[in-house]
Design a protein. Structure first.
Length: 393
């Protein structure tokens, strides 16, 4: 960590060049004593990436930034705040602290928080930033989290761990056994030192298989931001053996779309089916990842169009966690029938349909955009249909 970066004139240069072309900056040359151009460029690139992802850091003076990879790997503040609202109690230890965004927001909810980071420079950077952010209840340890847990040898109310999803060659991985540390190996150690453990994993993981690997799962939170699933949060509790609760949340600017159910509820709940009615609903990505296919129909008094379509319909409008449409026409999937509608521009979606969106556009000569929404899907009678829809108000 080169503290020369924090000099006023260098900070002013960084801030005034956040939107500059990096190549042009290098061509012109960056001339400051005791620091090279590469280090300044790294600060500019890293800070720019934080503008929307980490606004607290971006809008605070004298923050020191790590390399771009650390910023890419860190949680956004949106998801960090969500995680923080899941914990309570006096103490928490973050075994894989990284840039410390999650730890910082945990410190708003717990009296004492410990940040573990094995990388010496990153640990130093985080400690400096916490001082700037006035986060006085965080203790930074430049130490492997597992080793720190064993050395401290005392209970915590919570353990948080976000295992690294990069292998030794910096390639992305997502299976629990490929991440570091291996949660399957150390889960008993975690539950020895804390009643509650929160594990963040890749959204690519299979829920059923991961539940079996982790054991003692009390809750699973499927977290999406603007319909993009960002992370799975597994809450483990000592000796917990009952059915676990799955909570899906899609965080948007206007509201949080939430839906929750117990894992075995989905397995034991048959869905109700119907032909297309007046309204059509497309579940958000968190719902789809959570696997709430049948229970969604039951709990929201809606009908599925087909077992594998995951589209829902009702006669009267309902509050639904996803996109909502009015069905204007139901058209058989037939080129001649579709041609009669004279539709040349539309938003196209497929669900349980043999053709891709691109294949449909090419086959039916449909340009992208406009106010018409076409859903190509399969109905309860296994017929291929097109739903011509408009956005519900």
């Amino acid at each position: 960590m080169n503290k020369t970066i924090l000099h006023t004139e260098i900070q002013e240069f960084i801030n005034s060049n956040l939107n500059s072309d990096i190549s042009n900056l290098l061509l012109k040359g960056i001339h400051f004593e005791d620091i090279d151009s590469k280090t300044i460029i790294e600060q500019i690139e890293a800070k720019k990436r934080c503008e929307k992802k980490l606004p607290t850091w971006f809008n605070t003076e004298n923050i020191y930034y790590p390399n771009k990879l650390n910023i890419e790997q860190t949680s956004s503040e949106i998801t960090a705040k969500y995680k923080a609202n899941l914990i309570s109690g006096k103490s928490l230890i973050d075994l894989t602290g990284g840039f410390g965004v999650d730890t910082y927001h945990f410190s708003k909810k717990a009296e004492s928080v410990t940040h573990c980071e094995v990388d010496t420079e990153l640990s130093e950077i985080v400690k400096h930033n916490y001082q700037v952010l006035k986060a006085k209840n965080i203790n930074c340890l430049n130490e492997n989290g597992i080793d720190a847990l064993k050395r401290i040898d005392k209970p915590f109310d919570w353990i948080y761990i976000d295992p690294s999803r990069r292998d030794n060659s910096k390639n992305k991985v997502f299976l629990l056994s490929d991440c570091a540390p291996n949660i399957k190996t150390f889960k008993d150690l975690f539950l020895k030192y804390a009643k509650n453990v929160m594990v963040k994993t890749s959204p690519l993981l299979d829920i059923t298989a991961t539940k079996q690997d982790l054991k003692h799962v009390k809750e699973l939170h499927v977290v999406a931001v603007n319909n993009d699933v960002k992370e799975l949060l597994w809450i483990l509790e000592q000796n917990y053996k009952d059915d676990f609760l799955i909570k899906s949340v899609n965080i948007t600017k206007s509201k949080n779309e939430t839906f929750e159910f117990f894992y075995n509820e989905e397995l034991s709940s048959p869905a109700d089916y119907s032909k297309p009615l007046t309204y059509l609903y497309e579940p958000n990505s968190a719902i789809l990842k959570a696997g709430a296919f049948n229970i969604l129909s039951r709990k929201l008094n809606s009908f599925k169009l087909h077992k594998h379509s995951h589209l829902y319909t009702t006669e009267k409008p309902i509050d639904f966690p996803g996109r909502q449409f009015v069905i204007e026409k139901v058209i058989p999937f037939n080129k001649k029938e579709f041609a009669k509608k004279r539709i040349t521009k539309a938003n196209v979606t497929t669900r349980n349909f043999p053709l891709s969106v691109n294949e449909i556009r090419k086959k039916l000569k449909i340009k992208d955009g406009g106010n018409i929404y076409l859903f190509f899907t399969t109905d309860v009678n296994n017929s291929k249909i097109i739903l011509l829809c408009s956005k519900a108000k």
